[in-house]
Write a protein that binds this ligand. Structure first.
Ligand code: ADP
Ligand code: MG
Length: 232
């Protein structure tokens, strides 16, 4: 392993699946647990960077923006120097920067909506992770999770199809909820704005599964800020 910090890449070659939203919400969840989190925006659209600039809780976390394939390794190295976790927000299309992000990740999280194109791109992304794992001769955990789900039999269908195609799926899923969109206007997360909402529960369930895959419970938490401190 290259670094002591855990690198989590959130990736799928499908745009709009919920990558930037997941990075924002997971980053703020882990920060609320006293874990030091750095974020890397590799999407040329700069969505996460824009949310970071809104002055909300996200703006308190260190970010490196406009990261391309030439900068990604040195950017990760610089964030790992002072953070326990580095979350990497990938572009929504196949690109060199995404391949590098997969290649250095400890865990790749693939958000998947329940339509055919999302499933197709998630399976392609999982294949790319397998390739990156062979190329770098190191294990890379990869998990899909259903994102923006609505009540429909497509939920069970998508999960089955993805697992059949070899994409290991998290039990946690994220429902389509307006609270996630509201939070984007403030660079925040439902976990902070509406801590007892269904959206906050979705984030916590997702974060707890990620924690257990990466053994994040073992990270020491000298300064445990309350969630409302992050919002101030
Ligand atoms: N669980 C959700 N419920 C409702 N809207 C969501 C949810 N997740 C993401 N969105 C919205 O969908 C859009 C795309 O999400 P985003 O995280 O930017 O996707 P990506 O980074 O994969 O392109 C954004 O407008 C975001 O607010
Ligand atoms: Mg994005």
């Amino acid at each position: 392993m290259l670094w002591d910090s855990k690198i989590i890449a959130v990736a799928t070659s499908k745009g709009g699946a919920g990558k930037s939203t997941s990075v924002c919400c997971l980053a703020l969840y882990f920060a609320s647990q006293g874990i030091k989190v750095g974020i890397l925006d590799c999407d040329p659209n700069g969505t996460l960077t824009r949310w970071h600039g809104k002055g909300g809780a996200l703006s308190q976390l260190p970010i490196i923006s406009e990261v391309d394939e030439k900068q990604i390794i040195s950017s990760i190295a610089s964030l790992t120097a002072s953070n326990d976790i580095v979350l990497v927000d990938c572009p929504g299309f196949n690109s060199q920067v995404m391949v590098y992000a997969l290649g250095v990740a400890n865990l790749v999280l693939v958000p998947v909506m329940t339509d055919e194109a999302n499933l197709f791109e998630a399976i392609r992304t999982k294949m790319l992770v397998d390739w990156a794992s062979s190329a770098t001769n190191r294990p890379i955990e990869v998990r899909g999770f259903l994102s923006r789900i609505k009540s429909s039999n497509l939920v069970a269908h998508s999960r089955n199809e993805l697992e059949k195609a070899g994409v290991q799926m998290l039990k946690a899923s994220v429902s389509d909820r307006i609270a996630f969109q509201e939070a984007t206007y403030f660079g925040s997360s439902p976990l902070i704005d509406e801590p007892s909402s269904g959206a906050a529960r979705d984030v916590i369930a997702l974060a707890l599964e990620v924690s257990s895959i990466l053994d994040l419970e073992k990270i020491s938490r000298p300064h445990m800020p309350a969630i409302h401190d992050l919002a101030s």
